[in-house]
Design a protein around this ligand. Structure first.
Ligand code: PMP
Length: 386
């Protein structure tokens, strides 16, 4: 669907005319390493638990689901206690259909006409879309050349723009860069007193930390969810899609103060989380260890792939690799025609992603077999383009 296919007679919002639906290509190719999924499917035991829970839910589908999804919120609390040592209550967590919907709800509640939000570029390309869809202006502060967050530049952008939302991503997509806790705390502290344009005195920005990939961080590194009790203006978005290997179930969630959760409850659709989704998510949490069992291996795959990439050359120069705490790597740095390399790889059956600054490509970690094919294909593709 594009500008050309939408009849001019339809009263599409003026600001949406010419816009394209967002999304990575969904192509039927042998090796898909383009959307940062977990390559390992749920085990038979997990599938059986999903069947059982969903069968039970099916018998009651004449009724609307629990709007407050309390059983699932307890499962989020238990999971965050175990995975991130976060001490939260069910009032401080909230679920939705993917962290995409969590983010949209945040923008619906805290953005809006006359408001602006700030992110740190390069970052996740959906943020400007949530902003557009909620009539929020999207501003950016630049990251440093090594893609780490520039706290001073971010604070200067907060002071200059007076946003209602500061969106930080840790680890960042597409770069994989983590946000160190002291940097986050400096921004949180600054926002406690910062102004929001057009709002009354005493209104301060919220800080959203998107932790979609946090389970892939080095073990022992803290998650922002541990700061929720300390900062009423902090919202940490998480997802079951990535490390938890549950992308198809569409379950995201947030940890934040009760006040922030209550704001989201105003904008959510009634019964936004279906009984089937809630049942599948609960079944997933019945098997947390199993669902996360490949995370350590994917971390090793990332480190091995990064080391291998750094040994490869393009146009006579070694490839650069952005240090990543995620399940993907941004690499290259000096590809003069990254689209051509992408095309060569696709022709050979390997789908990666053209994303991030010019000169770079992104690949997410697949199975051992898939990564072997990736290596071989990348070398062939670079030689074909050079
Ligand atoms: N945040 C980031 C940084 C992402 O990369 C993604 C998915 N690519 C999401 C959020 C959304 O994930 P989901 O809706 O599947 O939870």
């Amino acid at each position: 669907m594009s500008e050309g296919t939408i009849p001019a007679s339809l009263p599409l919002r003026n600001d949406l005319i010419g816009e394209e639906p967002y999304g990575a290509p969904q192509l039927d190719v042998p090796v898909c390493l383009n959307v940062n999924e977990n390559p390992y499917p749920p085990s038979h035991a997990v599938v059986r638990s999903i069947e059982k829970r969903v069968r039970e839910a099916a018998a009651g589908l004449n009724r609307y689901p629990d709007r407050e999804h309390m059983e699932l919120r307890q499962a989020f609390v238990d999971y965050l206690a175990k995975e991130s040592q976060a001490d939260l209550t069910t009032d401080e967590v909230w679920g939705a259909n993917g962290s995409n919907e969590i983010m949209l709800q945040l923008f619906q509640a805290f953005g809006g006409p006359g408001r602006n939000a700030i992110g740190c570029d390069p970052t996740y390309s959906m943020y400007p879309e949530y902003a557009r869809d909620t009539f929020t202006t999207w501003n950016t502060a630049p990251r440093r050349a090594d893609f780490t967050l520039d706290v001073d530049a971010t604070i200067a952008a907060i002071d200059a723009n007076e946003p209602s939302m500061v969106v930080l991503t840790s680890p960042n997509n597409p770069t994989g860069t983590p946000l160190p806790m002291p940097d986050l705390e400096r921004i949180l502290d600054h926002c406690q007193n910062a102004r929001v344009a057009g709002a009354a005195d005493g209104v301060h920005p919220i800080v959203v930390v998107d932790e979609a990939y946090i389970e892939f961080r080095d073990p022992g590194t803290p998650s922002a969810t541990t700061l929720v009790g300390t900062y009423a203006n902090l919202a940490v978005s998480r997802t079951m899609s990535k490390a938890f290997a549950f992308a198809g179930a569409r379950v995201g969630y947030i940890a934040a103060s009760k006040g922030i959760i209550d704001c989201l409850r105003i904008v959510r659709m009634p019964y936004h989380l279906s009984a089937v989704t809630q049942a599948a998510a609960l079944a997933g949490f019945d098997h947390t260890d199993e669902q996360l069992s490949q995370v350590g291996h994917l971390r090793e795959t990332r480190e091995a792939t990064a080391a291998w990439l750094r040994e490869q050359t393009y146009a006579g120069k070694p490839l650069e690799v952005a240090p990543s705490q995620s399940n993907f790597l941004m690499f290259g740095g000096h590809f003069d025609d990254r689209g051509a390399i992408f095309d060569e790889m696709l022709e050979r059956g390997v789908l990666i992603r053209v994303v991030g600054p010019e000169g770079w490509l992104r690949v997410c970690m697949g199975t051992d077999e898939e990564m072997k094919v990736f290596r071989k294909t990348l070398v062939e593709s670079m030689r074909a383009v050079e």
